[in-house]
Design a protein around this ligand. Structure first.
Ligand SMILES: *Cc1c(COP(=O)(O)O)cnc(C)c1O
Length: 458
């Protein structure tokens, strides 16, 4: 069947249409930082797929039944039932978003000086590990380093490196192994079931807790059915269930595959660990049956967690990401291969070789896409990931200069994405004219959110 969104539209929201002069003015006011734009200055917003999904009619109906009781709300019990069926974990806590689950788990489980290992820590996961005084060590598989290769499971952890760490001199310091599915930091690439099984086995052998960072559990499961012949006929929900069964617990941002605007999850098997987490949870998030969420949020999440494994939805999501990647590639812009589901990543470093890393080619491309077509994206390159010396010279450039086109769930149609590809094509034709940027003003950490920049014209 050709690409078709498996839903029809019941409620619409007008898209802001702006002139180039308005966009140029907005960009100057925002200090050439797309995080500083007002949403009504953006035509197509591909900044993130987090919390930006469209609710279904069934979710809206569930919201109306939301039970706002402080303790023991029926909405919690519905949420718990869906999550337990999916994950098989006994102890299930809602939290307001993924990073809250990270903080509650890490501050309970970890001690300063320990190490957390991951295929790739997401940035808040890394920050929460480091805030405890731990070292967050990434062990991505070697295939992840080649952006162009079409290896099916570039989100895998490097099993040899994992085993070497669990048997080497640092073995006693490893406090947690956490597998990010899909691997957001690694381009949204999936993790294979064989890799999860092997990592799980190694952790059990060495007595180290093994958790999933499962924000995109359904997208990972879908890509397993598409890329591993052993799972070709499997139901994505069953694949997701099998993945959760391999772990001791999970944390998750439900702003992704919960298809809701807010929410997160912490769940585990170990009752003793759960009781210790509950203390922090109650003190900082909320009582265990709401964790900082409203009853209506829990009701919408329970429904979203059912809808997200619908094969028709996942197939359409895969097809629209692949369609966008194909069009962009045909316009002469390379993307991280193979395309995943939640985003398409443009190789800005390759498109703009005249801009050196310290002039932020990814950021330059993101600004050009906004100026040309009102498209908001995010740079994943030296502005976000690089480090600078005292005089502003880059001490380390990021390994790649990428621009992420994140795809909100059920929000944009095929024609929206074709518009995006057209704008990318126009910018690509004038690539040599795109200017680099310099930082004018920057906070000490997380500078990509708040830095002010200015174009550097030769
Ligand atoms: C979004 C995300 C988080 C953090 O979740 P929030 O809901 O944004 O706090 C953690 N891990 C991964 C892989 C994510 O994508």
């Amino acid at each position: 069947m050709p690409l078709m969104e498996p839903y029809r539209i019941k409620v619409v929201e007008p898209i802001p249409v702006t002139t180039r002069a308005q966009r140029a003015q907005a960009l100057t006011r925002a200090g050439y930082n797309l995080f500083g734009l007002r949403a009504d200055e953006v035509t197509i917003d591909l900044l993130t797929d987090s919390g930006t999904g469209a609710l279904s009619a069934a979710q809206q109906a569930a919201a109306a039944t939301g039970d706002e009781s402080y303790a023991g709300a029926t909405s919690f019990h519905r949420f718990r039932e869906v999550v337990e069926d999916l994950t098989s974990y006994e102890h299930i806590y809602p939290v307001h978003q993924g990073r809250a689950a990270e903080r509650v788990l890490f501050s309970t489980l970890l001690k300063p000086g320990q190490i957390t290992l991951s295929n790739t820590h997401f940035d808040t996961t890394r920050a929460n590990s480091e805030l405890i005084g731990c070292e967050a060590r990434d062990l991505p598989c070697p295939e992840a380093a080649d952006l162009d290769s079409r290896e099916p499971f570039k989100g895998n952890i490097d099993l040899a490196a994992l085993e070497a760490t669990l048997t080497g001199p640092d073995a006693g310091r490893v406090g947690l192994v956490i597998m990010t599915i899909t691997n957001n930091g690694g381009g949204g690439q999936p993790v294979s079931m064989a890799n999860l099984e092997a990592a799980s086995r190694l952790c059990r052998q060495h007595g180290v807790p093994f958790f999933l960072d499962a924000g995109r559990f359904a997208e990972n499961a879908w890509l397993v059915t598409r890329r591993d012949p052993d799972y070709a006929d499997a139901d994505p929900r069953d694949v997701a269930r099998a993945a959760f069964r391999l772990a001791d617990g999970c944390l998750a941002s439900l702003k992704k595959d919960g298809i809701a605007n807010i929410g997160g999850l912490l769940a585990m098997r170990d009752g003793d660990l759960a009781r210790r987490c509950e203390v922090i949870l109650t003190a900082t998030e909320g009582f265990r049956t709401y964790g900082g969420l409203a009853g209506r949020d829990l009701a919408m999440l329970a429904q979203g967690l059912l809808e997200v494994t619908d094969p028709h939805y996942l197939r359409s999501r895969e097809a629209s990401a692949a369609h966008l990647a194909d069009l962009v590639n045909a316009a002469g812009v390379d993307t991280v291969q193979p395309p995943g589901l939640h985003a398409v990543y443009l190789n800005a470093g390759r498109l703009l070789p005249h801009i050196p890393p310290e002039r932020f080619p990814g950021h330059a491309l993101a600004c050009a896409l906004y100026l040309e077509g009102g498209i908001r994206t995010v740079e994943l390159g030296t502005l976000m990931l690089g480090k600078e010396g005292a005089q502003g010279e880059p001490v380390t450039a990021a390994p790649f200069e990428l621009v992420r086109l994140a795809l909100p769930r059920r929000v944009y149609t095929q024609s929206h994405l074709e518009y995006v590809a057209e704008v990318v094509g126009v910018v690509a034709k004038q690539a040599t004219l795109v200017p680099g940027y310099r930082i004018v003003e920057s906070p000490p950490i997380l500078r990509h959110f708040n830095a002010r920049l200015a174009p550097v014209t030769a």
